[in-house]
Structures are given as structure tokens and as C-alpha cells.
Design a protein around this ligand. Sequence first.
Ligand code: AMP
Ligand code: MG
Length: 500
Amino acid sequence: MNAPLPSAILGVDGLNISNSFAELPPSFYTRLMPTPLPAPYLVGVSPSAAALIQLDPAAFADERFLQVFTGNQTLPASKPLAAVYSGHQFGVWAGQLGDGRAILLGEVPAPGTPGPNTLELQLKGAGLTPYSRMGDGRAVLRSSIREFLCSEAMAALGIPTSRALCVTGSDKYVMREAPEPTAVATRMAPSFVRFGSFEHWFYAEQDDNLKTLADYVIDRHYPALREQPNPYRSLLAEVTRRTAHLIAQWQAVGFMHGVMNTDNMSILGLTLDYGPFGFMDAFDAQHVCNHTDQNGRYSYSMQPQVGHWNCYALGQALLPLIGDVDEVQQALECYKPEFAAKLDQLLHAKLGLQSTRTEDAALIEQLFAALQGSRVDFTLFFRRLGDLHIDNPAADQPLRDLFIDRAAFDAWAQQYRARLTQEASIDTVRRHAMHRVNPKYVLRNHLAQIAIEKAQNKDFSEIERLLKVLENPFGEQAENDRYAALPPDWASELEVSCSS
Ligand code: AMP
Ligand code: MG
């Protein structure tokens, strides 16, 4: 859950912006201004994101806020730039990519943020850059709203992520499958450096730039690693560990990223670059949320492996600095155990188990088989499981009703009850603990879709309402029950693709 808002104090021009990335050699980026958009309007704002940079929410109403975060006006001290990076897309080396539509304004103080206590401000959809390739440098309203809502929802779920300050829109249309209105999303993260930023210099065989980048990242974001015998090896190990933990958190909440290309993997272990993501509704381990991903490379069940693969790609890129293949291998070895331990810990919490026993693996396996067999709604299941009474199976009805195969549920529930009894679990205590880790509210596709369609008709009220609901995902919020309901039939026809 988000921390209560500290007293925000700054107006837009009070933001003390600087740009450490712009101090890197010019080959790392291109300095350029955002391209203005005509007649922008405010689509959504996140007060809790604003609080991180001590921005007064009253500033949202300022014309200056609107113009600056559309890219039409600049903060005088900002040094806008687009960064270069490369990456593996769908497992294939794609060569140079780079910020094709995102422009980094610089970083501002963010007391309490890990690392250098700053957050970078980046405008996504702010116009053409030298890295736009075939693209138009823009982002559409639809995908910007999705990124905005999901960034904030993930933060509230306690999952590491880039944040979103606001979305502004414009009636300038761009072509996707059909013409769509454009938007600019302002994202915030301590750094937007990606695995692909390192791959870029490795494949260009420019070890000096590779080292410059690694030193920059270590000095700003991992200063403790400087003390290690081989800081680059330690960097790889730490990023690998964070990535393993991140993906365990995704699995535990049923989040699918959709495009886990190495250019979308954060060097800080944050969820980054929201595109065709999805939250699991009816459980299917093979579910592919990205309609463009024909081979299911980024399906739910593949995410852990792909995370590991991506760390290998980073390891490869860092090899010239680490100096020894065996050291690279060793740094990567933590992935599997870290992932397994983290997921195990999260699943135990989701099941309300306080202790760990060897038999738990079978209990968990049997549960996932039952969820799969009945295509049970992932979020509803874990939430309702918290309401289980050990001694009163008759009260299980709302939970049991989620299963087509009632016998499978009954068989599992019997074992689960026995397991709870073994550790003398107390219903009320367990319920309380489980409801703190099993969200009632997640950003299901259809919820985002409703907010998007209203916004396309200039009604932004649903974005604000949905954001408020998602900021408190573990709360009961009885008045918002409809946001926790099963998706309507039309939701299964929603196709989310790479087009954004
Ligand atoms: P993504 O799949 O969104 O991670 O994007 C992959 C690459 O394509 C990145 O370099 C993006 O900056 C670039 N890109 C995506 N959409 C556009 C666009 N509309 N215009 C320019 N570049 C884009
Ligand atoms: Mg990307």
C-alpha cells in the first residue's frame, strides 16, 4: 500500500531538476526537445506519485503543469535527451533500439527513494527521436492509460516498478490498427537504464563505454558494490537476484508483462515498459497476454525462465568487465534458488501458512493443477481462500463455486485444512494476514478498457475512480465490489497487442 502523502510543497517550477545521464559521453544519447502537441488536456494524475517528488497536488490544475508534462514547455534546467540502447526481442538480437518515443527530462529529488534519492522524469510519447526507426514517436491514449494505471497499481501491490505521474492527451491522431488519439505519459524511476543499454556497448565492442555505463550505474544505484572485489560481477549477481525476486512477485499476483525483451528489463529490477501486460483472470499457466506473441514466449509459465535467460544476456554483455566466464556463471547461479525461495515465501503467505514443510510443495502443486483444471479466477480464489473456516467446510461455498471440478477442490481443501490444523492456525488471524497479501483489486483488462473508452470520449472520471480503487488493492472497499468481480463475457474478446 502507498504510504500516506507527506506534505507536498513544490510547484512545477520548484522541481530542482538536473540530469546526471547527460554527463555521460555524447554517444550515450541524443540531446533534443520534445515535440509539442496541440491543445493538450489532462487525462490522469497520481497524487501519490507526485508526493514522491514533493510536488504539490495543487500544481495539477496549473496550465504550466499541463504544458511541461506534455513536452510543450520545458523546465529551464532540464537537459532533455533520448538514450540509446539495444536488445534481444523475442529471443533474437535486434541491434540498436533506443528511446524511440521517450524523452528523459532529468532527475529531481525524491527523498526516501532508494539509491541517490532522486527520480528521473521521462515523457513517453513525446515525439520523434533519432531512435524512432519506423515509429512516429508517439504513444496512443489507450496504451498510456494502461501504463499509467498499471504502474500505480503495481506500486500499491508492493511490486517494484517505474511510477507514473500523469497522462496528458491531445486530439492529434496517429495511426495504429485504426487512428487513435495520442497521449504523453510521464514516468518516474530512479533510472531507466536497461539490460539492453549494456548489450548495446557489448555488441558494439566498445568496452570503454560499457565500463562507463557500469560505473555510472554502480556509483549512483549500487554504491555498496564498490567495496566488492569485482564490482561488475557483484552488479550482475545483484541484478540477477532482484530480477528473480521481481518475477516471483509477478507470478504470485498473476501479472504477465507481455514483452520481456532485454530492452524492457530494468537494471534496478523494476517492472518497466508496460505494454500488452495482463493480470491472470481464469487461471491458465500457458496464458499469453500479448496477442502479438504467437509462440507464447512470454506466457505466464515461461516468465521465470525468460527472466533467467535475460540475466544471461546481461551476463554476456558484462563479460568484458567481469573478465572471466566462470565468474559470470557463478553470478547467474543465484537466479534459480532466489526465484524459488521468493516464490515459495510468497505462496506460503498467500496460503496463510506460517511454517514451511516438505509436503507443502505437493500441496501447492495440487492447488495449481486444480486451478488450471477449472480455470479458476486467480485473484478471486486467493482472496476468498482467506475467508475459509477450518472447522466449517459448509462456509466454503463461494470458494468452492469457483471450481467446475468440485471434487478436485474438495480433495485439495481437505489437505489444506489438515495442514492448517497442524500449525494450529486461527481463522481470524490467518484471514487478516491473507487479506494483506492477496489483493481484492487488480487491473483486469476489462477495467482498463472501460476507463479507456470513457477517456476516448473525454470522460476521465473512471481513470480517477479506478486509480483510487487500485491504490488500496488489499482493502475491502465494499462500495467498490464491482471492481473485484469476475470479468464480463466481452472481456475474453479483448486483444492486447504490441501496438501502442
Ligand atoms: P517496446 O516494444 O514498446 O518496448 O518498444 C521497442 C522499441 O520500439 C523501443 O526502442 C521503442 O522506443 C520503440 N518504439 C515503440 N513504439 C514506437 C513509436 N510509436 N515510435 C517510435 N519508436 C517506438
Ligand atoms: Mg520498451
